[in-house]
Design a protein around this ligand. Structure first.
Ligand SMILES: Cc1cc2nc3c(=O)[nH]c(=O)nc-3n(C[C@H](O)[C@H](O)[C@H](O)COP(=O)(O)OP(=O)(O)OC[C@H]3O[C@@H](n4cnc5c(N)ncnc54)[C@H](O)[C@@H]3O)c2cc1C
Length: 414
């Protein structure tokens, strides 16, 4: 299939499915704050839940570049549904596909693709948000004790990827576990956006866990999963941006004030032009990050963070403009822009806030300070600290650099 024409075909097919099965639920799910299963089942039936998972495990074997089209189109209609997908597919299924044993892949992947099982990704704790290395959940003899919160899909999940401490060391002391039996309750307070999503507080009291990857690889696994997830977030933001621009153009063509269409005022045209420029820039950056992930490019991690950062912030600007451009109509829920305006704030926060994405990109550009490294190697630690390794020292700021990932096989084309 030739790149470009195939993408448009895929986009048209997904848009049709989303308009029939997701969009009609979006406003109601938001207003009633209820998690809706029906749109997800429709997406699963159409093969859109496990899109990037290899066919042998029940997926469609799509590339990341194709998958972002799905996230974008679903995100255009409903951020809660797109959020579900980014977790189910990007953070859970792709993570098991990358790191699981044959038995784990054979057991979980077909179920996750068909929606016979729901997955969640449990990293955040009350005292470990941006700083993943502050995780306090512990695993002793494969039994987990601790808590996680803000976990998307948490109350409906059949399996959770849980990150827990198996050693003292900051990074190498973390391991990943598949956990099926744990206590969960819905987050108590009302959310600003993603009101149709399921966000849970999980508790583990000697919950049995099965190791995913090797002991001590938890940090590496968490970061590699976030690369998949962040791509889904960036593409979802492009979808929100696109939806806001569409609403604004429609409104600007129809609404009349001072005897003409508001779209004929140059100030309004300027807003539309800014939104359109940033939308295309976002879409291109997101696609480039996906291509780099597909190619196993060394810059994939940096581009993914750049896409997450730029696309979410550009979409937040677009949603802010859209609310004002629609006047009072932008302020109530007959039009979707007020929902997009609330939802986009979540995309700027989860899977690493904009601050964290800036840190990742900035540090990647500057690189390691070689001089500091030389000095560090030559320096003798102060007497009181000699017994401790560097790895146990707290970092001045959170370290979000993932270690190198194992080489991936080339993506399977449909
Ligand atoms: C809708 C939603 C869904 C979520 N789903 C999940 C999920 O499925 N699984 C999961 O594990 N988590 C999930 N989360 C949690 C989310 O990933 C965290 O909220 C996020 O990583 C930020 O952590 P925090 O809230 O503890 O903020 P903090 O880490 O306390 O940050 C507070 C502020 O300080 C800034 N900050 C922190 N460190 C630095 C630094 N070094 N330099 C500059 N600024 C810094 C942050 O950018 C932020 O502005 C979800 C959150 C939301 C809102």
């Amino acid at each position: 299939m030739e790149r470009g024409s195939g993408d448009e075909e895929l986009r048209a097919r997904v848009r049709g499915i989303v308009e029939r099965h997701v969009l009609p639920f979006a406003r109601e799910a938001d207003a009633s704050r209820t998690f809706q299963r029906a749109p997800l089942e429709a997406l699963a039936k159409e093969g859109l839940v496990g899109a990037p998972i290899p066919r042998q495990y029940g997926g469609q074997g799509m590339t990341n570049e194709e998958s972002v089209i799905i996230y974008e189109e679903v995100g255009r209609a409903c951020a809660a549904t797109r959020g579900f997908l980014a977790v189910q597919v990007g953070l859970v299924a792709q993570c098991i596909a990358d790191w699981g044993t044959d038995a784990q892949k054979t057991h979980w992947l077909p179920r996750l693709c068909s929606l016979d099982a729901i997955g969640c990704y449990a990293l955040t704790e009350p005292d470990a948000g941006s700083d993943v290395t502050a995780i306090q959940t512990v695993a002793k003899g494969r039994k987990l004790r601790g808590e996680k919160w803000w976990i998307t899909n948490g109350t409906v999940a059949d399996v959770a990827i849980v990150f827990a401490r198996t050693g003292e060391e900051r990074r190498r002391g973390l391991s990943a576990f598949l956990v099926t039996d744990f206590e969960r309750e819905r987050m108590k307070d009302a959310e600003l956006g993603h009101r149709g999503a399921d966000h849970a507080h999980l508790r583990f009291e000697d919950a049995p866990g099965e190791l995913l990857g090797d002991e001590g690889q938890g940090f590496e696994i968490a970061m590699s999963a976030l690369d998949h997830g962040r791509l889904g977030v960036a593409a979802g933001a492009v979808g929100i941006h696109d939806a806001c621009l569409d609403e604004c153009v429609k409104f600007a063509r129809n609404r009349r004030q001072f005897g003409k269409r508001i779209g004929d005022f140059q100030l309004v045209q300027g807003d539309l032009a800014d939104m359109a420029c940033e939308l295309e820039a976002s879409r291109l950056l997101c696609r480039e990050a996906a291509r780099k992930q597909d190619a196993g490019d060394a810059l994939a991690h940096r581009f993914t963070s750049m896409a997450k950062l730029f696309c979410t912030e550009a979409a937040a600007r677009a949603a802010g403009k859209a609310v004002v451009l629609l006047g009072a109509r932008g302020y109530f829920n007959r039009f979707p822009v007020e929902r997009h305006y609330r939802d986009i704030k979540g995309l700027e926060i989860y899977e690493g806030t904009s601050h964290i994405q800036r840190l990742i990109v900035g540090r990647d550009l500057v690189g390691e300070d070689e001089e500091k490294e030389v000095l560090r190697l030559h320096a003798r630690p102060p007497r009181s600290r000699r017994a401790r390794t560097d790895d146990t020292q707290p970092l001045p700021i959170v370290d979000f650099h993932p270690p190198p990932r194992p080489p991936k096989p080339p993506p399977t084309k449909r």
